[in-house]
Design a protein around this ligand. Structure first.
Ligand SMILES: [Zn+2]
Length: 138
């Protein structure tokens, strides 16, 4: 395979030359190469699966769980998993209501025994509504 020597584009800070396949379009050395991680995934295809920033439902559920340190419990983790499915669009629209209800029921389980200590009023209202929905779903 033909190889070429390229000079890292991150000049003048980086003076590294690297040897690379002539087919490759890489212009940075191993050190300067931008990470192929979250930033790229988010900017590419919205709603695609794979690791990315949490969607609105997951973010909110995580806040609720984290307020009581329940995010690492089994029901808490299931809640986040379902929330992620809802956010990602993996749950079909016609299944969303059901998935949401299941999630809220699990959230009630995850938060069982906790007493709203912070931002009491709003959280009280949310918890009451959540418990009512959970009761209706069971
Ligand atoms: Zn470099």
């Amino acid at each position: 395979m033909a190889t070429v020597t390229r000079r890292c584009q991150n000049a003048p800070q980086c003076k590294i030359r690297f040897r690379i396949s002539s087919q490759s379009r890489r212009v940075y050395c191993e050190t300067c190469r931008p990470p192929r991680s979250k930033a790229g995934a988010v900017s590419s295809v919205p709603g695609s699966s794979g690791p990315s920033e949490p969607g609105p439902v997951e973010a909110r559920a995580l806040l609720d769980l984290a307020a009581f340190d329940r995010q690492d419990t089994v029901p808490g983790l299931i809640v986040l998993s379902v929330a992620r499915d809802i956010d990602s669009g993996r749950v079909k629209p016609e299944q969303k209501a059901q998935a949401g209800q299941r999630m809220l029921a699990l959230l009630a389980v995850a938060l069982a025994g906790t007493t709203p200590a912070r931002s009491a009023d709003r959280l009280d209202e949310v918890t009451a509504r959540r418990e009512a929905k959970a009761a209706a779903a069971s």
